[in-house]
Write a new protein. Structure first.
Length: 232
């Protein structure tokens, strides 16, 4: 059941959150709100209203298309990046029409350009350029992703941007032990900066992982929220 949120003050700007899973994302959005000031939150999900068979039809067709998200009940699910994009665009269009000043994609996957009048914040670009800005201070960048199937594609994406990372899988939607094991792998490889490359990683998870890797940890939703707050 969605957690209650305080009513925004009259005249507060509207911010939209679009998940590739089902809304509301009460595991992520509340952790972003402290960076945003008084706002009216609008949410939409690419899997909203779909039954199990319809969700299954959007399953990844290959490892390079794997995106990991969650359903409203918290269950993890994988979807195909290309198949989900039209539904993602529809969600953005709805929130754009509803008057959102800023729309945040709750996914660090890379997508084609999203059409909207509002400013659309794409976490993959924000995270990538944040890391590039500080990567010279880190001889080894570690990247944590949700699924083993994503490791090769993620390594290739970062290498194309000029960063040769160590990548390990530990899902934000799975048990703590998997994330801690991934953190130990990154620490053993000598990571001097760790990127939690999924919007599902929370501040609490960041702290758990930081205690293992003992180096700066960048969590995607925090970087995106800070930028959104500066714009609003």
């Amino acid at each position: 059941m969605p957690s209650p949120r305080p009513a925004p003050p009259e005249g507060a700007k509207r911010i939209g959150f679009v998940t590739i899973g089902q809304s509301p994302r009460d595991d992520v959005v509340p952790g972003m709100l402290p960076y945003l000031g008084p706002v009216q939150v609008l949410e939409a999900g690419a899997l909203d209203g779909l039954g199990p068979e319809e969700v299954a039809a959007l399953a990844p067709r290959g490892p390079e298309q794997v995106l990991v998200t969650r359903l409203r009940d918290g269950s993890p699910v994988t979807v195909d990046k290309e198949l989900i994009f039209p539904r993602l665009q529809e969600c953005v269009a709805r929130l754009d029409a509803a008057g959102a000043a800023v729309i945040v994609l709750l996914c660090t996957g890379s997508f084609p350009k999203v059409a909207a009048r509002a400013l659309v914040l794409e976490p993959d670009r924000i995270v990538l350029h944040t890391v590039l800005a500080v990567a010279r201070r880190a001889n080894c960048v570690g990247v944590m992703v949700p699924a083993e199937d994503q490791i090769n594609a993620m390594r290739a994406r970062w290498r194309a941007a000029g960063v040769d990372p160590v990548v390990a899988a530990g899902s934000p939607y799975g048990p703590l032990r998997a994330r801690l094991e991934a953190a130990r792998q990154l620490a053993a490889a000598g990571a001097e900066l760790v990127v939690l490359d999924c919007m599902g990683y929370t501040q609490a998870m960041k702290e758990e992982i930081a205690a293992v890797v003992r180096c700066p940890v960048l969590v995607a939703h925090e970087a995106v929220a800070r930028l959104a707050g500066a714009w609003l």
